[in-house]
Design a binder for this molecule. Structure first.
Ligand code: DGI
Ligand code: FE
Ligand code: FE
Ligand code: FE
Length: 187
């Protein structure tokens, strides 16, 4: 599938501001893919579709989780965590993308996971550092992104966990698994 076809599909599913975020994630993911020798077309497609399910109604997402292979423990956590896994499912069913690496990068783009692939990291990080993001500490992660992919992902995971803890929010196990696993890779 080419870029313009993919973009036209997601544009119909997203609000304009979310579509513009998607374009910036795509551009950032392509640059990271070149830097870290990831298949550029896979990074481009995964980035374009990463928020595909962002505006699905909560009850529809709940039904997809209940009725498919998706992990049921998602239902015990905030519905903000559902759009990645449900997005991967729907991008396969509705768009027809079958590449497991692309689908997994979409699935895990919010939380990360243990043993993230380089493609997973590129999409996770591009979503975190795209130029429209204003998180506290994002500037340091942006700088690291061009030097050390593992370190930058580790910083993003650490910031996300710190932020959630400061708000007394529960943390999904995959978010901790990503952080713990990346900690072993940073000095
Ligand atoms: O969809 P986006 O807004 O582009 O970004 P995203 O999919 O990375 O993240 C959406 C939200 O999910 C973000 O506000 C942080 C939050 N989040 C990430 N990990 C966890 C989490 N929320 C909870 N409750 N638990 C987590 O482990
Ligand atoms: Fe997202
Ligand atoms: Fe993210
Ligand atoms: Fe996003």
């Amino acid at each position: 599938m080419d870029r313009n076809e993919a973009l036209a599909i997601v544009q119909s599913k997203l609000k304009q501001s979310r579509y513009e975020h998607t374009i910036r994630v795509m551009e950032t993911a392509i640059e990271l893919a070149k830097k870290y020798n990831v298949h550029v077309k896979k990074a481009e497609l995964a980035a374009i579709f990463h928020d595909y399910a962002k505006y699905r109604p909560k009850e529809e997402m709940r039904r997809w989780i209940e009725s498919t292979y998706l992990p049921k423990d998602l239902l015990q956590y905030h519905h903000e965590l559902w759009h990645g896994p449900v997005g991967a499912l729907l991008v396969e069913r509705e768009v027809g993308i079958e590449d497991r690496e692309i689908l997994e990068a979409i699935h895990f783009h919010t939380t990360g996971r243990i043993h993230m692939t380089t493609l997973d990291k590129v999409v996770y990080l591009a979503d975190y550092i795209e130029p429209g993001r204003k998180f506290p500490g994002v500037e340091l992660v942006r700088e690291s992104a061009w030097e050390d992919l593992d370190r930058a992902c580790w910083m993003a995971a650490r910031n996300t966990i710190s932020f959630l803890m400061s708000k007394n929010q529960p943390i999904f196990p995959d978010t901790f698994h990503a952080y713990n696993d990346l900690t072993k890779k940073v000095r």
